[in-house]
Design a protein around this ligand. Sequence first.
Ligand SMILES: NC(=O)c1ccc[n+]([C@@H]2O[C@H](COP(=O)([O-])OP(=O)(O)OC[C@H]3O[C@@H](n4cnc5c(N)ncnc54)[C@H](OP(=O)(O)O)[C@@H]3O)[C@@H](O)[C@H]2O)c1
Length: 317
Amino acid sequence: MTSKTLTASPVALGTWAWGDSGEVGDGQFGSRLTESGLREVVEKAHSNGFTLWDTAVVYGMGRSETVLAQALKGYARSEYQLSTKFTPQAAGDGGNPVADMLEQSLDRLGTDYVDLYWIHNPADVARWTPLLIPLLRSGTIKHVGVSNHNLTQIALADQILGEAGFRVEAVQNHHSLLYRSSERAGILDHCREHDVRFFSYMVLEQGALTGRYSPAHPLPEGSDRAAVYNGILPRLQTLTDRMAAIGEDRGASAADVATAWAIAKGTTPIIGVTKAGYLDGLVRAHGIELADEEIAELETLADAADVDTRGWWEPGM
Ligand SMILES: NC(=O)c1ccc[n+]([C@@H]2O[C@H](COP(=O)([O-])OP(=O)(O)OC[C@H]3O[C@@H](n4cnc5c(N)ncnc54)[C@H](OP(=O)(O)O)[C@@H]3O)[C@@H](O)[C@H]2O)c1
């Protein structure tokens, strides 16, 4: 990905959960992840060609970046790609808060460049976007994307970068069967038409759309995701049962079908991987071709669930 054009594996790997401390009741995910378990995740990912890792300063306030760097130790820097973010809400008050936050990320990640650098949300597009230009010029960041931006904000960021000879090469928004606002707002079409890569995050709705969790087996108590999703799990059952049935015909799981759906939409899913076994699912998902009728049926069931899974940090599209 150090080439002029942004290229990346068909699925990116998310590490928000890697920022959890592991303490019960303290964290977004409530998952108990170990250093050796995450090393296995990395090894299995790389041996299957999944080499783009997405993180952010705010995932555990630096912890996700630090843990990711540890897990990647021993691999040549050219063997994997790093995607991390400038989060405006966490900006310092120095002369160039973007360069300062990036510097800290580089330090934690143990590298001197980031392949794909994001503005995490559109707090003030005109203020933050220009600060990416010197970083692109120096090669400290190779490619730029914007996250949680609407169409107008994407266009403004692109115009600002365009004046310096660069462009917005990627968009990263919440996009799942249950949350399709980027599609409805025309952002997917825009990306397709302008050769901008669209990365879908929370395709599995943090586990709620994997079929692994149910009212009888809820998300880990005390975690933030449990507070958001446990109450709606009964309404997701018909959808996840159908996803499981569609998967079964292909030797795949409901989670694999969710990921295959995001790929069928022409997007690059960023899947939060916490266990090495989940990599087998990504390989399967990559090989699944859903029929148009299956996609339509799943979307109808998703709409019928009538849930709003917009994250607290997400502006409307
Ligand atoms: N730009 C933004 O504002 C933003 C916001 C949110 C996320 N993101 C990015 O997108 C990534 C993905 O989102 P996410 O991690 O929040 O949620 P996600 O990908 O929707 O769900 C991840 C969870 O699903 C479960 N899972 C993963 N693969 C599975 C499989 N094959 N089978 C069964 N269960 C599976 C795991 O839960 P268990 O550990 O419980 O099994 C995991 O913690 C993040 O890590 C982050 O990099 C970006």
